[in-house]
Design a protein around this ligand. Sequence first.
Ligand code: NAD
Ligand code: MG
Length: 406
Amino acid sequence: MSSVSLQKITILGSTGSIGVSTLDVIARHPDRYSVFALTGASQLEKLAQQCVQFRPRFAVVLDGVSAQKLAVLLKEQGSNTEVLWGAAALSDVSTATEVDAVMAAIVGAAGMRPTLDAARAGKRVLLANKETLVLAGALFMDAVRESGAELLPIDSEHNAIFQALPPLYRENPYAGNLQGAGIKRILLTASGGPFRLMPHEELQFVSPEQACKHPNWSMGRKISVDSASLMNKGLEVIEARWLFNAPKKEDISVIVHPQSVVHSMVEYMDGSVLAQLGNPDMRTPIAYGMAYPERVDAGVKSLDFFSVGRLDFEAPDLKRFPCLQLAFDALAAGSAAPAILNAANEVAVEGFLNKALRFTDIPVLIESVLNQCAHRATAESLSALLDADQSARIAARAWLQSHPAC
Ligand code: NAD
Ligand code: MG
């Protein structure tokens, strides 16, 4: 056994899909990892159970009422975990001196603040929350560089790309550029989601339950809908742009690969293409990020090549899935356009999940909000970006109210 010191980890969003997978990896390696803090917005009983099992010093919830409820649950179960609440507490448990690594697994722009604070505090940031980079990519990467934080991508595609990049480049992409490292382009794979083969006319009738039934991955509801609309891939293109210093349109291509076995690839100038393969199980990228540069058991089954049988690749259909094109356009427009795209998408997805919006109206709403808000927003500071986010949410809610779902 290697002699490693115990890493203390804060998990932002421990009750969610990524949070639970992270705790599963931690439970396999009690000699390597201990939990400093767990956080959750709802599911207090689940959070209490996690506290009993992993004995964190702190648990953080959103408000005082939830904090009281959680404290009662913990007391009943004899737990010593201290309960905190509110945005400042999320940042406190992400920046505390005792903390080595922060798993950023809150969903949506709500996760940006504590993730940015963890980066500013120079932590190892295990980044699942892609919305942080969509909302404030330049600012976040600046914070990482200035503090010397270690940034490990957890999104499976970005983790795959990270693994396939030259070590010097992946650890310091802003010291040079892709071309200087001999790289032609990044190939981001997409499963195509549950509606990959559905005719255009039928897409307007799909339900939230159908959208959340991903063919290969089990995930939270928001990212599941994003995967179905291909907005997830659009957000990931923006995420890759910042993570890997890939500013040019030709730097990143999207390839639909329905089996989700090739998690992404890097094409080099000499014609080589390096890919990372594996079963679609988030414990692989999570364990990779936690143990980097070592490797540990993640509880993931060996890839059975004979049952996979074949690997297919196709071009994305931007006509049936306009969200991907909207994301390309927002990235090209720059400034606060990606922040507006992200905020409008969050409201649209929530509307769709609540049956207040048809699936096919998600891109219609987002485009309308972009047209309305993008020209007056700027990205010059964090507060300007947060203003853009707020204005986009207001415009998106107004759109929803004036377009009742048929
Ligand atoms: P999820 O919905 O399952 O979990 C979200 C977590 O965030 C929960 O613990 C929830 O309580 C917490 N949360 C929600 N709203 C909050 C708020 N306003 N303030 C504080 N906490 C809040 O989501 P997930 O699928 O685990 O995804 C989490 C993040 O990871 C997302 O950004 C997603 O895009 C990214 N991601 C997820 C997967 C996956 O397989 N699930 C893969 C790649 C990336
Ligand atoms: Mg992904």
